[in-house]
Design a protein around this ligand. Structure first.
Ligand code: NCD
Length: 363
């Protein structure tokens, strides 16, 4: 069975093939109108969403399938204290495929381990958001004709913004891509991804807090919202919330064909005055998301006419219950009877990482 927990569950060839299918769906929607007849998608949204949930639902309807689900945890048995594990076990009896969003980091892994239908991670806390990355990739592909050699600037809340985490994993696989991380000191891109992906593979990157200085070299500028709901201290949010506001004046030195992306919702990071700028691609990005989710559903249900490999489980030596995850947003803090699971990153230095949320501890 195939799942999509994080974007690395898909090989580069599979990403390319999803893009191809999405473009074909865009050009020939009628070919796909009955592809998922009598199939059901369950959308389990424990956290607010407009685009992700509605584009999944529109995607399934346009494939001729049906949708069941809930859009807030208060209308599900989670409000009565039901675990994620039990919820997905039950829903596996009602649906052929599940798309789940949850506020806790690592919740998607709990779902994958307990469901017996394919699970798509539609966002787990501040961790991963692979289907937003699919939307981003199709947008970049349509704008730039490919990915090689692009300089991509990621700006805003790079710490808690799950979309940028998944996007860096995906874009790093294409040759010649380099990154400019633009954020306040407090919201820098997670070290574990920099180490795992960029340092390890010698991929060039730059960290700065100066958006205007970075703009002239960028082919893509990916703006993000400061993630209010992930802050423990709301005073800190208040202090950082207006860190970056993109206005037409700031684009004077930008390349004429630089594409501006944003996963949305926007708060005030991009002035509405920019919406008419031909470089603004964020609303097209939402449409691209629907095509990519259609292609993904077909793939995970084995309806894309291609042989489907199993998602390979990452094989690691896991240490149970010796350490406790310090991340207050980790699913292990709320899910009943979930064991603490860590794996060793560097035995000598005593660095371990939580299997669910990737938080590192040093012992
Ligand atoms: C993003 C998310 O939920 O992470 N939204 C989306 O799915 N398009 C970005 C955000 O909420 O800032």
């Amino acid at each position: 069975m195939r799942n999509l927990l994080d974007i690395m569950d898909l090989s580069t060839d599979e990403l390319d093939s999803l893009i191809k299918t999405a473009l074909d769906i865009k050009d020939h929607p009628e070919k796909y109108a009955d592809a998922c007849k009598r199939k059901k998608l369950a959308t389990l949204f424990f956290e607010p969403s407009t685009r992700t949930r509605l584009s999944f639902e529109a995607a399934m309807y346009e494939l001729g399938g049906n949708v069941i689900g809930f859009s807030e945890s208060s209308s599900s048995s989670a409000a009565k204290g039901e675990s994620v594990a039990d919820t997905v076990k039950v829903v596996s009896n009602y649906a052929d495929i599940i798309a789940m969003r949850h506020p806790k980091d690592g919740a998607a892994l709990v779902a994958v381990r307990n469901a017996n239908v394919p699970v798509i991670n539609a966002g787990d806390g501040g961790h991963h958001h692979p289907t937003q990355t699919l939307a981003d990739l199709l947008t970049i592909y349509r704008e730039k004709g490919g990915f090689r050699g692009l300089t991509i600037g990621l700006c805003g809340d790079l710490k808690y913004g799950r979309t940028v985490h998944s996007l860096v994993y995906a874009m790093s696989r294409y040759e010649g891509v380099n990154f400019v991380f633009i954020s306040p000191e407090e919201l820098r891109f997670p070290r574990y991804i920099i180490d795992d992906v960029l340092e390890k593979n010698g991929i060039p990157y730059l960290e700065t807090s100066d958006l205007e200085e970075a703009i002239p070299k960028l082919d893509i500028l990916y703006m993000t919202r400061i993630q209010r709901e992930r802050f423990l201290d709301l005073n800190e949010y208040e202090r950082l919330k207006d860190s970056y506001i993109l206005t037409p004046e700031k684009l004077i030195s930008a390349k004429k064909d630089m594409a501006i992306l944003h996963p949305l919702p926007r708060v005030n990071e991009i002035s509405v005055a920019l919406d008419k700028d031909p470089r603004a691609k964020y609303f097209e990005q939402t449409l691209n998301g629907k095509y990519m989710r259609m292609a993904l559903i077909l793939k995970l249900l084995g309806l894309d006419g291609k042989p489907s490999d199993e998602t390979e489980d990452t094989v690691r030596d896991v240490i149970y219950d010796r350490f406790k995850c310090p991340n207050h947003r980790c699913i292990t803090t709320t899910e009943q009877e979930l064991r603490q699971e860590f794996y060793s990153v560097d035995e000598e230095k005593g660095i371990y990482r939580c299997v669910y949320c990737d938080t590192e501890i040093r012992k």
